[in-house]
Design a protein around this ligand. Structure first.
Ligand code: ADP
Ligand code: MG
Length: 242
């Protein structure tokens, strides 16, 4: 048995299909894949192919119609634009989940600051979301998701509304956080280059089905100009646009 097979699985999909209530077509069909503990997996595919539906089932927001899904109970999901509460400060946005868990001061303040610092936004603590840039909002969203110490962190197109430089900075930081915390991460993207920059493995979804998996053995930080990077992008692109 090789080393990889000894790592426990955090998420297992076995022939999962999902039909939303009132719909006749399946949003995802016969999906099977697994994610190992501590792994960084990117789900990619065109718009409408079922990526968010897969994440929502992992997050327990939606349930499979048929098939079997094994996942941990404490999973956090961070959404596009951070999905922050505008009437709460950055501190209170991050504190919310901790308060719901019954955590009180001084631990509460300590934990919030720990994750704000990890995301390089400690100085924004008392600001409101309207005062923040897109990249800063996304950082708060990820800090909030991490603060409840989930077993799995789900990121749904977290960088899709950001400019290239901000995205590159966040890519570097998310890799740093993944290495520091050892979290299992599933990130959704429709951008092949983003997935190749970040993931140890890419799962390509098309029309609700898993089409192909790609293992990525390139060292971090990865740069698009590198030959191996470009080759992989080409290889994936052929299937993505087939
Ligand atoms: P992606 O995230 O890849 O863009 P989604 O998972 O959001 O795709 O959507 C997959 C399919 O399921 C699409 O056809 C979409 O219209 C449909 N869908 C998504 N959410 C709902 C919902 N709440 N009710 C009905 N259909 C939905
Ligand atoms: Mg989506």
């Amino acid at each position: 048995m090789d080393k990889e097979n000894k790592i426990p699985k955090k998420i297992i999909f076995e022939s999962v299909s999902k039909i939303y209530v009132g719909e006749k077509d399946e949003a995802v069909t016969d999906v099977s894949f697994s994610v190992q503990e501590g792994e960084f997996v990117c789900l990619i595919g065109p718009s409408g192919c079922g990526k968010t539906t897969i994440l929502k089932m992992i997050a327990n927001i939606e349930q499979p119609t048929t098939g079997k899904l094994i996942k941990p109970a404490n999973v956090s999901m961070s959404f596009q634009f951070g999905a922050l509460f505008p009437w709460l400060t950055v501190f209170e946005n991050v504190a919310l989940g901790l308060r719901q868990k019954g955590i009180k001061d001084p631990k509460l303040t300590h934990e919030v600051h720990k994750y704000l610092t990890l995301m390089n936004i400690a100085e924004l603590s008392e600001k409101f979301p309207t005062d923040l840039s897109g990249g800063q909002k996304q950082r708060v969203g990820i800090a909030r998701a991490l603060a409840v110490e989930p077993e799995v962190l789900l990121l749904d197109e977290p960088f899709s509304a950001l400019d290239a430089i901000t995205t590159a900075e966040l890519h570097d930081d998310i890799i740093k956080i993944w290495k520091e915390t050892g979290k299992t991460i599933v990130l959704v993207s429709h951008i092949i280059e983003e997935a190749v920059s970040l993931g140890e493995r890419i799962i390509l979804v098309k029309e609700g089905k898993v089409r192909e998996e790609f293992k990525i053995n390139l060292p971090y930080p990865r740069r698009e100009q590198e030959t191996d990077f470009a080759h992989l992008v080409m290889k994936i692109r052929k299937v993505f646009f087939a």
